[in-house]
Design a binder for this molecule. Structure first.
Ligand code: AMP
Ligand code: GLY
Length: 423
């Protein structure tokens, strides 16, 4: 089987690593890929958004199976382009990816189908939003409707901050058209857990749980980022909570999408908050998380192609999804200054230290080749994942392995997975 993977970050590196293990796969291409993905795949310089070129390439190379991994191309209908060309594809169509691409849509869906979530109202005018704010409890959460690189959520601790926030989103258009509508949401408290689920549109199979650390600095300080590290599983996601979510969140969400004529095939990522009133949905994503994929995929026991193909074919009910009974921690090595401004182009040393080391992985997020060397090429550079018998040893292993790699301006958090020590 020939596989094309669309994307070029750490999530796609983890996916490519798993695809390369499949006995059914003879050749992998990645568009655009990166210096790490190049170990397993032939990288082709086509933008993830260029549906026309991607489809032409897939036809030319007689690709059997395409995996569209990032949010932007899914929201723009890149999976549709492959499917409409008759190419088997993993990833939801545009009309289903809207569950991530529009927070107003996902809130309406949850309300209509009684899926537990924070109380909220959606506005398309700043005046009406500001008027409603006067009646809101503080703190309050503002969410730009559209995709905003994970930065479109503002938690406001005063009324003045919230007023400023509405102006930033709706009038100054800091997040562009993503801010044409705003969701004003009740502030919730509790542990956060991410559960990524495979779905074929009818059946939904939750994967092992994970948790992301979104803020740039230790102890959850500093700006929001794409994710500075993850651990899996979450010790707070008990069997009882899992059962509740399966019955009250995952199954109803997939059934709701089907009922709306928006069959969801791919990975549904459910961001949950375990509130004192029970689990509630924070957000949906229409894809694997990054860096959640870097801790969940290494623990997957199945052949990932079998599972992904079952999602595309509608035969997921035949799959027995299995994860190793261990734990994983991923520490993101970033460029100092991320997420604001940072330099690129520094040589990355020590990558060979991971060769032949079982249970240690280096997943490239922002890297490229330059003069035969691998250099930094983004804010998030490399995710170092390690497995352990439990979370505490996985964390110890991961932090040890972060020392094996070096580059100028290397920055990381030192408390990834720390919550687990409180257990
Ligand atoms: P989202 O992109 O919707 O996941 O939001 C980003 C982050 O903002 C979440 O991971 C939470 O930490 C926080 N957040 C979002 N919605 C709420 C809420 N209603 N109450 C408290 N925190 C929230
Ligand atoms: N790590 C969060 C995300 O991928 O959206």
């Amino acid at each position: 089987m020939k596989v094309l993977i669309v994307g070029g970050g750490g999530r796609e590196h983890a996916i490519t690593w798993a695809v390369a293990k499949s006995k059914r796969v003879e050749k992998i291409y990645a568009a655009p890929g990166n210096a790490g993905i190049a170990e397993f795949a032939e990288c082709v310089d086509i933008s993830v958004m260029d549906a026309e070129k991607l489809v032409a390439f897939a036809k030319e190379k007689e690709i059997d199976f395409v995996i569209v991994a990032p949010d932007d191309p899914l929201a723009a209908g890149v999976a549709d382009a492959f499917l409409d060309a008759g190419i088997k594809t993993f990833g939801p169509r545009k009309n289903a990816a809207i569950i991530e691409a529009s927070k107003a849509f996902s809130k309406d869906l949850m309300k209509k189908y009684n899926i537990p979530c924070a109380a909220s109202e959606t506005f398309d005018s700043a005046e009406a939003a500001l008027e409603y704010l006067k009646t809101s409890k503080i703190p309050v959460v503002l969410k730009a409707d559209g995709l905003a690189l994970g930065k479109g959520v503002l938690i406001c601790n005063t009324f003045e901050e919230a007023e400023e926030g509405i102006k930033t989103i709706m009038l100054d258009k800091k997040f562009g058209d993503a801010g044409n509508k705003v969701v004003i949401e009740e502030f919730m408290t509790g542990r956060e857990v991410s559960v990524l689920c495979f779905s074929d549109g009818t059946t939904i199979l939750p994967m092992t749980s994970a948790q992301d650390h979104k803020r740039a600095g230790d102890n959850d300080t500093g700006l929001n980022t794409g994710g500075m590290g993850t651990f899996s599983p979450s010790p707070f996601y008990t069997d009882e909570i899992a059962k509740f979510c399966e019955e009250n969140v995952y199954k109803p969400t997939i059934a709701a999408m089907k009922a709306e004529g928006r069959e969801f095939k791919g990975v549904l990522f459910v961001g949950l908050m375990l509130t004192p009133d029970g689990p509630k949905v924070l957000e949906y994503n229409a894809r694997f998380g990054d860096p959640e994929a870097q801790v969940v995929i290494p623990r997957l026991k199945n052949d990932i192609i079998d599972v992904m193909e079952a999602c595309a074919d509608g035969t997921l009910d035949k799959v027995n999804l299995e994860f190793a009974d261990n734990a994983a921690v991923c520490v993101m090595l970033a460029s100092d200054g991320y997420p604001l401004s940072y330099q690129k182009g520094f040589e990355i040393r020590g990558l060979d230290n991971f060769k032949g080391k079982d249970g240690y992985y280096v997943f490239h997020s922002g890297t490229k080749f330059s003069d035969g060397k691998v250099v930094t090429n983004g804010g998030r550079v490399i995710g170092v994942t390690a497995i352990g018998a439990d979370l505490v040893s996985a964390r110890k292993n991961a932090y040890e392995a972060t020392e094996w790699i070096d580059f100028d301006n290397k920055y990381m958090r030192h408390d990834i997975g720390k919550a687990i020590d409180e257990q």
